[in-house]
Design a protein around this ligand. Structure first.
Ligand code: COA
Length: 247
């Protein structure tokens, strides 16, 4: 696949159209849904094609409860997707406080991300029979809208370098790779989007990096470059295009 350099690539949210989604229903989950979320996580995590795609939380119940809507919405919220009464997908929005040690804004320069306005596009899982209908992308857009309602304007997601499907879906929705390195010993990319931002990139300084070369990518993000596109090679191999961000 070729890549035509562009002078500016503003993040954009693309509408998701998928008729099969119409038979599913979604709603915000509550603490009473915790067992259903943990059951779905168990099912997906016990069947991952690569162990690094998603690593279990140290405290699974604590992590799930943190993201279930409470009256004060502290911690976060989770959108659940149901086929009749069965939870078939979920997506979590993390709403960290500005001073939280795990606020992902701290991986970006202060002029790029304000911790008080940062939200996390946290875990999203879809049961196998329901994959292939762009549910992750629909849930990405829905979470960004939800986060904006909470006053957040900068959204960050953490992705394993092996998670091609997730990175692809996020980049299709306009997310860009702004930081690469190790978090808790795991090699991770941080993808971000600022829906009302006017990000600009210098198409002249263009770098092609192997999708698994986390050190090369890390070095580029330290120099102010962002991963803006990817080129699929054979199998799960890919190459990422990094451009220097100018605004
Ligand atoms: C990641 C996940 C949520 C995506 O589910 P989904 O919404 O059904 O995703 P879809 O299958 O509809 O995505 C389809 C897109 O991904 C692309 N895709 C799928 N596998 C891919 C791969 N290995 N490499 C690149 N792109 C891939 C498809 O080509 C398609 O793109 P297109 O619309 O541009 O053609 C789901 O696979 C899942 O639950 N995985 C396990 C848990 C996980 O990894 N979650 C993410 C981190 S929390």
């Amino acid at each position: 696949m070729g890549f035509a350099p562009q002078p500016a690539i503003p993040p954009r949210l693309w509408p998701v159209r998928e008729e099969r989604l119409q038979q599913l229903r979604s709603r915000l989950l509550a603490p009473a849904d915790a067992d259903a979320v943990m059951g779905l996580r168990e099912q997906v995590l016990s069947d991952l094609p690569h162990p690094d795609l998603y690593v279990r939380e140290d405290d699974e119940p604590g992590f799930v409860h943190l993201h279930l809507a409470r009256k004060d919405a502290r911690g976060g919220e989770t959108i659940g997707v149901f086929d009749a009464d069965r939870l078939v997908a979920y997506a979590m929005l993390g709403l960290p406080a500005a001073g939280d040690a795990d606020n992902l804004a701290r991986y970006f320069p202060a002029h790029v991300a304000s911790p008080a306005r940062t939200a996390h596009l946290a875990s999203c899982m879809v049961l196998k029979p329901y994959r292939g209908h762009h549910l992750q992308r629909m849930l990405l857009v829905a979470r960004i809208a939800l986060g904006q309602a909470h006053g957040r304007s900068f959204f960050v997601a953490m992705v394993s370098l092996h998670n091609h499907a997730s990175r692809h879906n996020m980049m299709r929705e306009g997310m860009r790779i702004g930081w690469v390195g190790q978090i808790d010993g795991l090699k991770r990319q941080l993808l971000a989007i600022e829906p009302d931002g006017d990000w600009r990139f210098d198409a002249v300084e263009r770098h092609l990096v192997d999708g698994q070369d986390w050190q090369g990518q890390s070095e580029l993000t330290r120099r102010g470059c962002w991963g803006v596109a990817h080129q699929d090679l054979r199998g799960d191999a890919d190459r990422l295009v990094f451009l220097r961000r100018t605004a």
